[in-house]
Ligand binder design. Structure first.
Ligand SMILES: [Ca+2]
Ligand SMILES: [Ca+2]
Ligand SMILES: [Cu+2]
Length: 355
């Protein structure tokens, strides 16, 4: 076991602007922190020290209002709006070759098997960021909710357009901890201190009983819950957020000596990110962070800064969004064996977060 060090925070160096380079960004001081957790899911272990340089981060996840501005300015068409090309789908079922996205649909019957996510995820034709629940839905009332149904390439395209980038996993986790080193949640050690919900998660027995004690059945406005110690909102819950790191099944061991703590770590390589349970599907997976409105105590306790989940780069859902960062210096590329993200398409339907 490594002796726990006090978190070291750096202050913005001289010359760093006091106000952000873009509206609604918050300065994160950077420093050395304990990343991961040994007390929860295996993929979060081991706890290890990591250092991140200071950066700016969006105060909230990107909203539908903001994403609409981007689409108006660029004409960007999201992955979920594009009809898949049969050439890209050897062996695909022809009736699945339609523009679609995964929408959470609570099952009508009791579920015996909580591993069978197809019971509550529907690959809904015509669902996309403008029609988040399906072809007849709209964004009415959802302007200040996070954009959803965005694949990795959509998040990255937005970030580039905005003159920003996507956070690494280490940056994201550092920011989510809000200066509380090794606390279980982004606000302390209790999920709902004094009964007060601190994030949009799921109360009740997932996936059928949504008690909505936090006031929201699905997504919520991005400032509906209190900000963390850095003044940023919704890191935990509401929607999972894309990071730019390839997923690997666990973290590297702690460096041991202070000299060797990794600086701006980028996780493993793309090749290690494929799903070992589905070797025939070669779609690399990125790390999602923060949990969502579907994370429930009986099913998925990932409403914590250390939590992480693999998401295939081409998968979009009703519970995944993103936010951006701005750095002073460029970041090294993701992981070892980095290659460009190819537009590879799954055989039948996107793999999907088991959440
Ligand atoms: Ca909720
Ligand atoms: Ca979030
Ligand atoms: Cu979850």
């Amino acid at each position: 076991m490594t002796k726990l060090d006090a978190v070291t925070l750096t202050r913005p160096p001289d010359g760093v602007p006091k106000s952000s380079p873009h509206p609604d960004m918050v300065w994160i001081p950077g420093g050395t922190f304990r990343m991961g957790s040994d007390k929860h899911y295996a993929e979060e272990a081991p706890v290890h020290r990591a250092t991140v340089d200071a950066f700016w981060i969006d105060r909230t996840p990107v909203t539908n209002r903001q994403f609409r501005e981007f689409v108006r300015a660029t004409g960007h068409v999201t992955f979920a709006e594009i009809v898949p090309d049969a050439k890209d789908y050897p062996g695909a079922l022809p009736n699945m070759l339609r523009a679609a996205s995964l929408v959470f649909s609570p099952p009508k019957h009791p579920i015996d098997d909580l591993c069978d996510w197809s019971q509550w995820w529907t690959f809904k034709f015509g669902a996309n960021w403008r029609r988040p629940y399906g072809p007849r839905s709209t964004l009415s009332g959802l302007n200040d909710h996070p954009v959803v149904h965005v694949a990795y390439s959509d998040a990255l395209a937005y970030a580039k357009w905005a003159g920003k980038d996507l956070p690494t996993e280490a940056e994201w986790e550092f920011a989510a901890r809000g200066g509380l080193d090794s606390a279980e949640f982004g606000w302390g050690d209790e999920l709902a201190p004094g009964g007060k919900p601190m994030a949009n998660t799921w109360q009740g027995a997932f996936p059928r009983e949504n008690l909505k004690l936090d006031g929201y059945e699905r997504t919520s406005p991005v400032t509906a819950f209190p900000p963390n110690g850095y003044g940023i909102y919704d890191m935990i819950g509401n929607v999972w957020e894309w990071t730019s790191d390839w997923y690997s099944a666990g973290h590297e061991a702690d460096a041991g000596k202070a000299c060797c703590i990794p600086v701006n770590p980028r996780g493993g390589g793309e090749d290690a990110s494929y799903d070992p349970c589905q070797p025939e599907i070669r779609i690399p997976r990125k790390v999602l962070k923060g949990g969502s409105h579907l994370c429930a105590p009986n099913y998925c306790r990932r409403y914590r800064p250390a939590a992480r989940h693999p998401e295939p780069v081409d998968t979009s859902t009703s519970h995944v969004g993103f936010r951006c960062v701005v750095r002073q210096a460029s970041m090294p590329p993701a992981g070892r064996g980095h290659r460009a993200v190819a537009r590879r398409i799954p055989q039948r339907m996107p793999q999907i977060a088991l959440i």
